[in-house]
Design a binder for this molecule. Structure first.
Ligand code: GLU
Length: 515
């Protein structure tokens, strides 16, 4: 251990996306490290070769990066306690297992699959717990050596001592287990791979972890791990087992409850700051009241002492609320960047109109050129997007609504609300009016908000209709709906050509309906 510096770790198994529960564990570890000036380690527990995948590994790293939970040691970072992938640490597990074999704390078990099954069946028939009965425990050493020399398949098992095992959990206090509850569990499987309980203890000890912070689904593994720490002669780190997260039906949160991975929430348009804020509240609270936290304030306020032992309920309404609060507080430059990214993700950018250099042959050729092009487009679009967001004001409450609220600024296949067309574009008179409006716009200089408003109001006077008639009709023609931000600003932002095109299209629609 390096002095008294806190060393915590997040140890996901790469067998799927990063689940909300896993993300919460990662976050609490990260917060604790950042608060205490400690080290946050990422270790990939990929000993289960059949279930571990490269895609999952990448997805987990990607999700952690997106959440902003940067690790100090681990994959892609390195560190003096590596390697940080369990699959690359096999030799270490064997060395440690060998020590236990030599001290007599572990033994080789040559029982076959068939024998183990019979053992289980017999125990089940007698109504006894289905545990390993320890028949290889006292196999004479020379017999074990003989079988070993003959390459008889075998596993390495721990010899569970008699008595009681206890430890103190930061969240749950003193926890006790009777060793009679345990059987001589496997440390090294017959394929030479370590089991979870063995690898995790060896790694936590060898990586000098000072605090193990993880979900309480691992509480039941604690007696095994404590026994292993002792047998291996390692001192125990501190433990904090986090309360489970429940879904709306009060059962453990899972895929059944809908979105359960960080990636899914990201795709749905939640911001990383909001998710971090919300995850922090799943089991921890500052004062039971405060709900809005930035990363910085979380680092300042977080403490393991205020983590509850009661299960936390996942509440999407609260996440939505928090997400809205974060969005509201973004400064305008941040909002522009984040909305631009969302527009790209939603494929609204590059737009099917307003295409300039974007998407040129060069951009398709090299990633660098593509990036440059994106930067150039962003620079060019930034003032317009900032204006769009200003005009939108509080109408845009979060990123989830970016597509529905901004689509018509970027694409022609925006949502067209039928009732709005019926209400404002049904009168046959309106067709010619819209055409006249388009003609008027064609020559309007400069094409900007106040000028447009003046011209539309004058046109209404000339046509002897209310300004509202033209405003409502043009709103539907330009945005597809009867509600939008200030329509003159919308016109300004859409640009002359797009306004003319949409007004004429809507007019022809009205006229063709009439005939
Ligand atoms: N690899 C384990 C899991 O994904 C982590 C165990 C631990 O944190 O000790 O559940």
């Amino acid at each position: 251990m390096i002095g008294s510096q806190v060393r915590v770790r997040f140890a996901p198994s790469p067998t799927g996306y990063l689940h909300i529960g896993g993300a919460r564990t990662a976050l609490y570890n990260w917060l604790y490290a950042r608060k205490t000036g400690g080290v946050f380690i990422l270790r990939i527990e990929d000993t289960d070769v059949t279930r571990s995948t490269k895609e999952s590994y990448e997805a987990i790293l990607d999700a952690l990066n997106w959440l902003g939970l940067d690790w100090d040691e681990g994959p892609e970072k390195g560190g003096q306690y590596g390697p940080y992938l369990q699959s690359a640490r096999q030799v270490l597990y064997h060395t440690e297992a060998q020590k236990l074999l030599e001290s007599g704390d572990a033994y080789r078990c040559f029982c076959t699959q068939k024998e183990l099954e019979e053992m289980r069946e017999e125990a089940a028939e007698k109504g006894e717990p289905t545990r390993y009965d320890g028949r290889c425990r006292n196999l004479p050493t020379d017999e074990a050596q003989r079988r070993l020399a003959m390459n008889v398949p075998h596993v390495v098992r721990i010899r569970i001592p008699e008595g009681e095992t206890h430890f103190r959990d930061i969240i749950r206090g003193q926890v006790r287990f009777q060793n009679t509850e345990l059987d001589d569990f496997v440390l090294i499987k017959s394929d030479g791979r370590p089991t979870y309980n063995f690898a995790v203890v060896v790694d936590d000890a060898r990586m000098a972890i000072t605090h193990v912070i993880r979900g309480d689904d691992h509480l039941s593994n604690m007696p095994k791990q404590v026994i292993l720490y002792k047998a291996l002669g390692y001192s125990l780190p501190k433990f904090a087992h986090l309360p489970m997260i429940l879904g709306s039906d009060r059962s453990r949160l899972s895929k059944r409850h809908g979105a359960s991975s960080v990636q899914e929430f990201r795709r749905m348009g939640y911001m990383s700051d909001s998710l971090v804020n919300y995850l922090a509240l799943l089991g921890w609270s500052l004062d039971g009241v405060t709900e809005f936290f930035t990363r910085k304030s979380l680092i300042e306020k977080f403490s393991l002492k205020r983590v509850s032992k009661n299960p936390a309920a996942f509440d999407i309404g609260k996440l939505d609320f928090i997400n809205g609060e974060h969005f509201k507080r973004l400064d305008s430059m941040e909002k522009v960047s984040i909305v631009f990214e969302k527009l790209e993700e939603e494929k609204l950018i590059p737009p099917d109109f307003r295409v300039k250099e974007w998407g040129s042959a060069d951009a398709a050729r090299s990633p660098d050129a593509k990036k440059e092009n994106r930067e150039a487009y962003f620079k060019e679009e930034r003032p317009r997007l900032a204006f769009i967001l200003k005009v939108m004001g509080h109408r845009l409450k979060n990123l989830k609504d970016v597509r529905s609220k901004l689509c018509y600024f970027y694409k022609d296949d925006y949502r067209k609300v039928e009732e709005a067309y019926k209400e404002h574009l049904a009168n046959p008179e309106i067709g010619p009016h819209l055409l006249q409006m388009a003609d008027m716009i064609e020559h309007l200089e400069p094409f900007e908000r106040s000028k447009i408003e003046g011209a539309v109001r004058n046109l209404a006077d000339d046509l002897e209709v209310s300004a509202g008639t033209l405003i409502h009709a043009s709103r539907v023609a330009l945005t597809g709906d009867s509600v939008s931000p200030d329509i003159f600003s919308v016109m300004h932002l859409l640009g002359r050509a797009k306004c003319i095109e949409r007004l004429r299209q809507a007019a022809s629609h009205v006229i063709s309906k009439k005939s």
